[in-house]
Design a protein around this ligand. Structure first.
Ligand code: DUC
Ligand code: ZN
Ligand code: ZN
Length: 469
């Protein structure tokens, strides 16, 4: 069976062409000029539409146990919502907790995902306990296609690693060629400010944003870069939110170091102001926190995306309900009267592609090719999935979205597909709408309807990063 996407404008990270896309056996088999005589089994008309590589969200947390509860989306609901929004691959984070084997952690996450996903998926590994065994397991995991390891300079007592543990993991990563993904916030210093705020009776969500100072993200980014430099590891800073941290990344890249970074829509579009308005601000509690727009963080992040000092936009999708979740019970409300107990995280996996298209392309901040590059192509290259994923080319998986650049729609929790009872972007009008989504050549979303089933998505063993400087 062959499928032809006809009459669309095909855009990759480097090209824009009037071409028809021929699909066979789940892969792209030809890009054809309009004059061809191919008669496919099935045709999709994309007149007036953009034909783009499916989005790759390299930072999601489905079912993450965190803050006394679990992230609300399962692999089933979260990947289906991702598909609706034009994301056709996720890389989620398997977790190793203290005292546990990393391998066992990965196996547990494989079990959670197996048979449940709507789209293909891979895993990073959160290494929460660096010891001799973990270091050996890092190598074993690379052979299983887990080629990146997330470490936390934040969250003392939970996922936190000290500098010595970071150095040991980075030495091992340098040896194996794997990537260290870093949550760069100085959690030890932040916790002092948290306690001082609570002692003063400052308990509202807004204080989450005030105590987690941007300079402490900059400091952690600097330290992570220096530790990567001394060990020779490749470093990828996750969810970068602060201009101070971006400045460190720019300096490191200018010095020729293998340092990359992602940001997320919430840091490009939302700000400290959203954390105000009493407990409503709990909707926006994530770490790093939303930053003060007046201090210029957002503008600098957009600039970084334009200049390739930032290479990727992911979501850090980690939803918690404002009201009770049917299975997990109380979520954001755990932090009533104490902002430090609000589960950290925001929903977004369904919204990333349209938010970045609307705010980036429709509003003229970035071009179309750059949109594809930061949402699909570089994510694939950064985490060893290219060119199977992240582009439209002969031999690539036919993970393709058809986007109408003129169509508008309004984001709302009433219509989204994430298993969470609010939207961080409620009522926002988007210009540019993902209308049709193909995963490995099959239409899984069209006419606002899901046509796939749990288990369509399979595990992607990943190679090493293809983005070394
Ligand atoms: N930040 C969040 O906001 N949630 C999950 C973990 C993280 O680092
Ligand atoms: Zn993090
Ligand atoms: Zn995260």
């Amino acid at each position: 069976m062959t499928t032809l996407i006809r009459n669309g404008t095909v855009v990759t990270a480097v090209e824009k062409m009037e071409a028809d896309v021929l699909i066979d056996g789940g892969q792209v088999v030809a890009l054809l000029g309009r004059q061809h005589t191919v008669t496919p089994t099935e045709e999709i008309d994309a007149t007036g539409k953009l034909v783009l590589p499916g989005g790759i969200d390299v930072h999601t947390h489905m079912e993450l146990p965190f803050g006394g509860t679990f992230a609300a989306d399962t692999f089933e609901t979260g990947t289906r919502a991702a598909a609706f929004g034009g994301t056709t691959t996720i890389i989620d984070f398997a977790v190793q907790t203290k005292g546990q084997s990393a391998m066992k952690g990965w196996e547990a996450w494989m079990e959670k995902a197996r048979g449940n996903c709507a789209i293909d998926y891979g895993f990073h590994m959160i290494t929460g306990d660096i010891n001799d065994q973990t270091l050996k397991e890092m190598e074993l995991l690379v052979h299983e296609g887990v080629t990146s390891f997330k470490m936390f300079m934040a969250y003392p007592g939970v996922f936190y690693s000290d500098d010595g543990e970071i150095v040991r993991a980075m030495q091992k990563a340098a040896e194996d060629g794997s990537t260290i993904c870093m949550h760069a916030e100085n959690g030890i210093a932040i916790d002092v400010y948290v306690q001082q705020a609570l002692d003063r009776g400052e308990t509202d969500p807004i204080y989450h944003g005030i105590v987690r100072k941007s300079i402490l993200e900059g400091e952690a980014a600097h330290r992570a870069i220096k530790l990567a430099q001394v060990t020779g590891a490749q470093l990828y800073i996750v969810h970068l939110s602060a201009r101070e941290a971006l400045d460190e990344v720019i300096r490191a890249r200018d010095d020729g170091l293998n340092v990359h970074a992602e940001t997320c829509p919430q840091y490009l579009f939302l700000s400290l102001d959203d954390l105000g308005n009493g407990f409503e601000g709990a909707k926006y509690v994530a770490s790093p926190p939303l930053r003060d727009a007046a201090a210029g963080h957002q503008d600098r992040l957009w600039q970084g995306l334009r200049t390739n000092d930032l290479q990727v936009v992911s979501t850090d999708h980690c939803p918690f309900c404002m009201g009770d979740h049917p299975r997990f019970g109380t979520q954001k409300q755990l932090g009533q009267g104490d902002f430090s107990k609000i589960p950290n995280g925001m929903p977004g996996v369904e919204n990333r592609m349209e938010l970045i298209f609307n705010g980036g392309v429709s509003e003229g901040r970035i071009g179309l090719n750059r949109f594809v590059e930061i949402t699909a192509t570089t994510p694939a290259k950064m985490f060893g999935l290219y060119p199977k994923k992240g582009t439209i080319a002969v031999g690539s998986d036919a993970d393709i979205i058809i986007l109408d650049p003129e169509a508008t729609h309004v984001i709302s929790a009433d219509t989204h597909h994430m298993d969470v009872d609010y939207s961080a972007y409620e009522g926002w009008e988007m210009k540019g709408r993902v209308e049709t989504v193909l995963s490995k050549g099959r239409v899984i979303v069209s006419d606002n309807t899901y046509h796939g089933q749990p288990g369509d998505g399979v595990y992607l063993p990943r190679g090493l990063s293809q983005c070394l400087i």
